[in-house]
Design a binder for this molecule. Structure first.
Ligand code: NAD
Ligand code: UD1
Length: 340
């Protein structure tokens, strides 16, 4: 398919930066808009190094209508992939207004400007978290919405706003992608997940224990109704996830219609299985303690992956071992924060 001019809000972040590369590889002309609240500016230079040409990045807040207006006036965008959001669950419980402001206010501002510029193709970052504690695993897209915290609620609201918008005007074509648990890093080891504080999520936490930056992993509960008692998740390699965005955009352009799909592998791994895999990849000792369950945690999240295969032709290609190996190559290499 011919290259399109595409705006990536939050394009300097973890998933956004990998998606930038997937879209560039697919021949698109991609511009990043990010306020760098959770990304480092050096990511843009790294992306430029990888693709071998300058990368256009606009330093702006997605809630800033004037800045978006200016970007669109100059940009001539045919589609937007909207990653920009706040994503820490516990922080969202403490500061719900910040989450509604950025995740909903930002989406609203973006949609208004898109509409004014006749740009009605959008890929939206949603999450498995919209299912809350699902009744069914693997979980199909038809499962009910269940908000567990303000963050999750912003993703549900985002999808609902987009549904009403598509229903109001058939010119809108929107792909809502419900990500399961992204993990791993780009094969170049030049970009990856790089949390500034102590990570909340399992993969970056294990990575920092492997480097010695943190001393022990805390396993949140081993009394769940799962094979080894620890939480089970559907980890998806971030490069597979990034490719899902390229397929979603292709589909929007080809069909002119929207879609809603899970992006996962359809296979779950327990916390202990992930620790074992990371140990193999890093050849480091990874000491852990079993501690209390984390409040608000879900025992099992595994995607029903059939709809993404059917609608987008999306199938994951990379294994848990490849997620661990690429994460380790990134975190132990010269480009991550801890070593730079
Ligand atoms: P990230 O924090 O690495 O990326 C988000 C990017 O958005 C960052 O670069 C940040 O600087 C930017 N940003 C935040 N607020 C902004 C604002 N007001 N204006 C402009 N830019 C802003 O997170 P990520 O893991 O790459 O997640 C990307 C998207 O995917 C988010 O919408 C997130 O909610 C969603 N998501 C992530 C996961 C996950 O596990 N990482 C799972 C499901 C869904
Ligand atoms: C968390 C969020 C979810 C969000 C997702 C991606 C919560 C309750 N949920 O999901 O809304 O969409 O991140 O950003 O925060 N674990 C440990 N020790 C750790 C960290 C995690 O044992 O130090 C366990 C968890 O209990 C879970 C698994 O590892 O069983 C994965 O946890 P995590 O990486 O935080 O992802 P989610 O809980 O799926």
């Amino acid at each position: 398919m011919a290259g399109r001019r595409i705006l990536l809000t939050g394009g300097a972040g973890y998933i956004g930066s990998h998606t930038f590369l997937a879209l560039a590889e697919a021949g698109h002309d991609v511009v990043i808009l990010d306020n760098f609240v959770n990304a480092r500016r050096s990511v843009v230079d790294r992306l430029a190094q990888i693709v071998g040409r300058p990368v256009e990045a606009i330093d702006a807040d997605v809630r800033d209508a004037e800045a978006l207006e200016a970007a669109f006036r100059k940009g001539g965008f045919e589609a937007v992939v909207h990653f920009a959001a706040l994503k820490a669950v516990s922080e969202s419980v403490e500061k719900p207004l910040d989450y509604f402001d950025v995740n909903i206010g930002g989406l609203m501002t973006l949609l208004r400007v898109m509409e004014a510029h006749d740009c009605r193709r959008l890929v939206f970052s949603s999450s498995a978290t919209v299912y809350g504690v699902p009744d069914e695993t693997p979980t199909p897209e038809t499962a009910d919405f269940r908000a567990m915290n303000p963050y999750g609620h912003t993703k549900i609201m985002g999808e609902q706003i987009l549904n009403w918008l598509s229903a109001s005007d058939p010119r809108w074509a929107i792909g809502a992608l419900r990500y399961f648990n992204p993990a791993g890093a780009h094969g170049s080891a030049m970009i990856g997940e790089d949390p500034r504080d102590i990570p909340n999520n399992l993969f970056p936490f294990i990575a920092k224990v492997a480097t010695g930056e943190l001393s022990r992993i805390r396993v949140f509960g081993n009394d769940y109704d799962t094979p080894d008692g620890t939480g089970v998740r559907d980890y998806i390699h971030v490069e597979d996830l990034a490719r899902g965005h390229a397929l979603s955009l292709d589909k929007l352009f080809e069909s002119g219609e929207g879609h809603l799909v899970n992006l996962g592998t359809g296979r779950g791994y327990s916390v202990l299985e992930v620790i074992a895999a990371y140990k193999r990849a890093s050849n480091r000792d990874l000491p852990f303690d079993i501690v209390d369950r984390r409040p608000g945690d879900v025992p099992i999240y595994v995607a029903s992956a059939g709809k993404a295969a059917e609608v987008l032709g999306f199938r994951t290609e990379r294994t848990l071992d490849e997620m661990c190996a690429s994460s380790w190559a990134w975190i132990s290499g010269p480009h991550s924060e801890g070593t730079e």
